[in-house]
Design a protein around this ligand. Structure first.
Ligand code: HEC
Length: 201
């Protein structure tokens, strides 16, 4: 029951967000494109919209979970909801969307060799203080785009320094759920992982 309510509230948040961010629609006029990112955009732009909307939904739900249950309790939210919310956003926005990382927490989010190549490029650019861009490749049926995910302050309570930023109780819960966790030791504005967005042509 609790899960159903949570799911419903996630969908409401999702619908609200999409309504809030959909481009200028006159009152009373039905916006046919309210659930899809416009076709007039380039694949890189379209994928960027999909990644940032998904990020907003995950971020809002994460903030709610932390304010209600603290970081330790919010680990359970990430564990049970992050993948589902990401998948649902992909369905709503008509794309495939995943988050992958070199130092991953959930084993299913391990970056493959192509994704690792892009991760290395962004890491190099960041270390040299250079700018970095999303990447695009063509697949059999469409396009695949990659976008960086950088850390902000909020992330460090679960991905930061073990001694100074992650509380012992939070880390205990993380290790219970993810015995092979590699996703700690990140600093502010560091590359935490990437979005991989698959779009049809
Ligand atoms: C409350 C703890 C918590 C906070 C805060 C948190 N995360 Fe996570 N993060 C997790 C957990 C738990 C997972 C594993 C989710 C899963 O099983 O799908 C995860 C997974 C991820 C992944 C997917 C790759 C992987 O390692 O499995 C990325 C990328 C990520 N987090 C980025 C961030 C960023 C960026 C922030 C800050 C905006 C953030 N996280 C804040 C707990 C947290």
């Amino acid at each position: 029951m609790k899960k159903t309510i949570f799911l419903l509230s996630s969908i409401t948040v999702l619908a609200t967000l999409i309504n809030c961010t959909s481009p200028t629609t006159k009152k009373g006029e039905k916006d046919k494109d309210s659930t899809a990112v416009s076709n007039r955009l380039t694949p890189i732009e379209k994928g960027s919209g999909i990644a940032s909307r998904t990020k907003e939904v995950l971020g809002m739900n994460l903030l709610t979970a932390i304010s209600q249950r603290g970081a330790g309790g919010a680990v359970d939210f990430c564990s049970t909801r992050a993948l589902h919310l990401t998948d649902s956003m992909g369905k709503v926005l008509g794309a495939g969307i995943r988050r992958v990382a070199e130092k991953n927490r959930n084993p299913v989010n391990q970056a493959d060799s192509t994704e690792l190549d892009y991760i290395r490029q962004v890491q190099n650019a960041i270390s040299k203080g250079e700018s970095f861009k999303p990447a695009l490749s063509e697949t059999a049926t469409g396009y695949r785009a990659y976008y960086p995910i950088l850390t902000d302050k909020l992330c460090l309570q679960c991905h930061g320094d073990l001694k100074t930023e992650i509380k012992p109780a939070t880390y205990t819960r993380i290790r219970e759920l993810y015995p092979a966790d590699k996703a700690i030791g990140f600093r502010l504005n560091e590359l935490r992982g990437i979005w991989v967005v698959d779009m049809k042509k």
